[in-house]
Write a protein of this length. Structure first.
Length: 331
């Protein structure tokens, strides 16, 4: 039984020392029973080739040790849905971070212009996505092993859960959308504050590139209000993520932020153009097309922002009044 001893020895080397003898003894009994059953069927002792096939069917030593050893998982069953949710958010963020700089570079004609957008998106998306997923996986593994304490996260209450209507709602924001909003607005606030840069955006915004972009004075004057608005929007989304039952506080926050958004859009509209382009060896006429596209884009964005904010005021106002009406009916 040299092959059997060698097979069991390989498995034993992968097992915890405290359980090794008991598991190996159990495996020896199981394998001997299979060998005897096979020999009874064939009417003769098994040769080396037949034994090799039997052990191969039973499993590689790594797989067998994994089945009989302590059950371990990088991301456990209970944590897995949260992990997948975080990975989806990370992929969405990586896509946004990859697309925005690529489109900006395409409009400015840098690095191949519009034709180079797909390759730049892939070039920025893949490393960003892998880095974010790697960080999420490491954090998830640390939580799974108890190295990171979740505190009161597990002490949730049913009363904190939102009321999910069976009727389809066209204006209901999901927690996934809210989490994406929190992360995106946080990233925007950090970028607007000059803490982080978009990957690959360094060239067309000066430093290493030839194209220079000058912001209008209104953007400098409204730098702090824009930053506060982004932070406020992130906090509003955070309310839905952490406390989805807080319908009224979030409705109030969204109404206030929407009013501020409309005022900001109107202020920026009046001061257009918001950016001017210059470059060494180039005249103002060389940037007429680029400036026209940029101005038109900002005007469209301003109109969309104002329309979205107006819609939010109506929707959140209705949500703000609806609980009071329901309460009066119940009374």
């Amino acid at each position: 039984m040299d092959l059997l001893d060698r097979y069991l020895g390989a498995i034993a080397a992968l097992l915890p020392a405290g359980q090794r003898q008991d598991i190996v003894a159990e495996l020896r009994d199981v394998l001997m029973s299979r060998i005897e059953e096979k020999e009874a069927q064939q009417g003769r002792p098994l040769d080396k080739k037949a034994l090799e096939a039997l052990f191969r069917d039973f499993g590689h030593p790594l797989a067998v040790a994994g089945r009989y050893g302590p059950q371990r998982a990088l991301i456990g069953v209970e944590l897995y849905p949260f992990y997948i949710f975080a990975v989806k958010v990370a992929l969405a963020i990586a896509l946004v971070v990859g697309v925005i700089p690529a489109v900006v570079q395409g409009l400015t004609g840098a690095h191949g212009g519009m034709a180079g957008i797909p390759s730049r998106v892939i070039h920025d998306f893949i490393p960003t996505a892998l880095q974010l997923i790697g960080v999420i996986t490491i954090i998830g593994a640390m939580v799974e092993r108890g190295w990171i304490k979740t505190g009161d996260f597990g002490q949730w209450r049913v009363s904190d859960l939102p009321h999910i209507s069976t009727k389809k709602s066209w204006f209901r924001t999901t927690r996934f959308e809210a989490l994406f909003e929190v992360i995106f607005m946080t990233f925007f606030a950090l970028w607007w504050a000059g803490v982080v840069d978009f990957p690959g955006s360094r060239g067309p915004f000066g430093h290493d590139g030839e194209l220079q972009i000058t912001l209008a004075p209104i953007l400098t004057q409204l730098h702090t209000p824009i930053l506060l608005l982004a932070i406020g929007q992130a906090l509003s989304g955070l309310i839905l993520v952490i406390r989805p039952a807080w319908i009224r506080p979030r409705a109030v926050a969204e109404i206030v932020l929407s009013i501020a958004g409309i005022v900001l859009a109107y202020a920026l509209w009046r001061e257009m153009p918001l950016v001017t382009f210059t470059g060494p060896g180039a005249s103002a006429e060389d940037f007429v097309t680029l400036r026209h596209v940029t101005d038109h884009t900002f005007r469209v964005i301003a109109v969309i922002v104002a329309a979205v904010c107006a819609g939010k005021i109506l929707i959140e106002g209705w949500r703000l009044l609806r609980p009071a009406r329901d309460g009066s009916r119940a009374g």
